[in-house]
Design a protein around this ligand. Structure first.
Ligand code: GTP
Ligand code: MG
Length: 555
């Protein structure tokens, strides 16, 4: 209970601005008609999109006076919110109270004229401030107050965690350090909105939405920005012509596959981003992937961006992960911790390859939480049964229906602490029969593997697919060996009673911090093959110790 309270207090919702509201049993059964619990992801996204549409991104000389800057901009209307950050120079995000203020500001901006350089005259809400007319602040005045958009190094994190008093507090501190901030979340939606202005040259009614860890609640500062171009809301799709009389329809290019349409659209928009998109560099079109995409870096925000189209199932997975993360604060904390642990040991990587992805790892955590007794989160089948008519969704023949109204979801009363959960997570996967069984969050039970991939995790919505098809045996073995070692290390730290009374509390890594140190069993650069036999001997002895410890009566 203490752990829940601590976590609940420190957690801030990464998408919304309100503090996280734990979905406790006490909040249920209220039939006042108002929705209980957090907002749905689509409601939160609508709010964020609205803010982004009224915002501009301005590069500022670092010696700008904040007061004068704001006075200068407020000539165009009231400002709701602003903040500064650093990314190849200082930038300001400014949200006006009204959209017409943005239009007025853009009307007052000039197209630059630079000797020996020619401009592509594509106007956007990415601007640069020149301060000829703004007096620089006196030298002793501090520069613009910048909000950090990157997280701390792993070594700094280890030090920070070592200063905490319990593993539960360490997990709370890790979550707080790594989660997206309010400002970073705003910036992500603003970049989508700027990109939408480029795509709107072809599709004026389009939307570009973030998905994946930017919005599912599990994003770490610095994670990539996954976006998808949504053309579903273009008017005319579901237009029913009158039964009699005259009617009109558009003449359009036709092709024989949806995939081909997606590839054509992304190809053209990719070109447009490359040639006209201010701040967009290193554009790569990866159109033959299973999910075609355009990848580029957005320099002013520092985000690595992946733009996809027609990717509605991924949006559903994002909604599902968000829902699970909001149901109980322990879900997000455990996912953050496991993701961080996996990254520290090279179990996951930013480079695509045979390693486990963050998405697969998150599904593994969810599955583990469904298997607790009593379960901490419901199965996907249960969520489907609780769904109302508005939740119904079938995408390309796949049933993607699940309840999104938090007040309909009854949770069981489980009081496991985060420390217990983390230790048991490692033990669970240290012993999991990967060779025979598949992980299935739809059923909340392991199932016989339908195919012989080393790691089989059923895709929650496209149930014939394996989300971890890419993982090879050596990567799975590393994961299992690291789980074994970490389970053992956590057991060790349990015996460290009276920690802190020695006065040496600041620097010696302990508890969760030791799990982030380079492994003694498995080489940190896990891309190289480690000596399997030697390692398995050592793991066996570690396991023996673990077993003996479990058999000892707890003091
Ligand atoms: P990061 O590593 O922080 O970027 O996590 P992420 O959750 O954003 O993962 P990633 O950028 O790889 O993928 C973005 C989203 O696409 C995920 O959140 C999922 O919704 C979806 N996704 C990724 N991989 C798979 C997969 O193998 N199968 C399915 N169905 N969806 C996936
Ligand atoms: Mg991502």
């Amino acid at each position: 209970v203490k752990c829940l309270n601590t976590i609940e207090t420190i957690l801030r919702r990464s998408v919304g601005t309100e503090p996280v509201v734990a979905h406790t049993e006490g909040a249920q059964g209220d039939d006042s008609g108002e929705k209980d619990g957090p907002k749905s992801l689509s409601e939160l996204m609508a709010d964020r999109q609205e803010q982004a549409e009224k915002s501009v991104l301005i590069s500022c000389p670092s010696r700008t006076s904040e007061k004068k800057f704001l006075k200068f901009l407020s000539k165009h209307g009231d400002i709701n919110k602003h903040f500064f950050y650093e990314s190849y120079g200082v930038y300001a995000v400014v949200e006006f109270a009204r959209r017409d203020s943005v239009a007025s500001l853009l009307e007052s901006a000039a197209i630059p004229s630079v000797n020996h350089e020619c401009m592509v005259p594509f106007k956007s809400r990415l601007l640069s401030l020149s301060n000829h007319s703004l007096a620089a602040p006196p030298a002793q005045q501090p520069g613009l107050p910048c909000r950090p958009q990157a997280t701390v190094s792993i070594n700094e994190l280890i030090q920070r965690l070592s200063r905490e008093d319990s593993v539960d507090d360490q997990i709370g501190a890790l979550t707080e350090t790594y989660q997206l901030t309010e400002e970073n979340s705003r910036l992500r939606f603003l970049v989508c909105s700027l990109l939408k202005d480029v795509a709107a040259a072809y599709f004026p009614e389009c939307t570009i939405r973030p998905f994946g860890s930017s919005v599912n609640g599990f994003g770490k500062l610095g994670c990539d920005l996954d976006m998808f171009l949504d053309l579903d809301n273009i008017s005319g799709w579901n237009f029913k012509p009158p039964k009699s009389g005259l009617s009109l329809e558009y003449q359009m290019k036709r092709t024989n596959s949806e995939r081909h349409v997606t590839q054509s659209i992304l190809s053209v928009i990719g070109e447009c981003v490359d040639h006209f998109g201010p701040g967009c560099v290193g554009v790569q079109k990866i159109l033959n992937a299973r999910c075609p995409l355009v990848r580029f870096a957005h320099q002013p925000s520092g985000f690595q961006c992946d733009l996809t189209a027609n990717n509605r199932v991924a949006m559903k997975s994002t909604e599902l992960l968000y829902l699970y993360g909001e149901l109980d604060p322990r879900v997000r904390s455990l996912v953050f911790t496991v993701r961080c642990w996996a990254r520290a040991h090279g179990v996951t990587s930013s480079i695509p390859g045979a390693w486990i992805t963050n998405f697969s790892l998150t599904v593994m955590v969810l599955f583990f939480l469904q298997k607790r007794s009593p379960p901490i989160i419901p199965t996907l089948d249960r969520l489907r049964d609780l769904a109302g008519p508005a939740d119904e969704s079938v995408i390309e023949g796949n049933d993607c229906t699940f309840a999104t109204d938090f007040s309909k979801i009854q949770l069981q009363s489980n009081t496991d602490t985060l420390e217990q959960l983390l230790g048991d997570f490692f033990e669970f996967y240290a012993m999991f029969p990967f060779s025979r069984m598949s992980i299935n969050i739809r059923k909340g039970r392991e199932q016989n593997k339908p195919e012989m991939a080393p790691l089989h995790i059923q895709n929650p919505f496209e149930t014939s697919l394996n989300v971890s098809k890419n993982v090879n045996t050596s990567q799975l073995d590393r994961f299992v060996a690291l789980c074994q070692e970490s389970a053992w290390l956590l057991q060790q730290s349990e015996t460290r009673t009276q920690r802190g009374s020695s006065g040496n509390r600041t620097t010696t890594p302990w508890g969760l911090a030791t799990l982030l140190l380079p492994s003694k069993v498995v080489g940190i650069k896990g891309r190289k093959k480690y000596k399997k036999e030697g390692a398995s001997e050592r793991i066996k002895s570690l396991l023996e110790t673990l077993k003996n410890k479990n058999e000892e009566p707890k003091s």
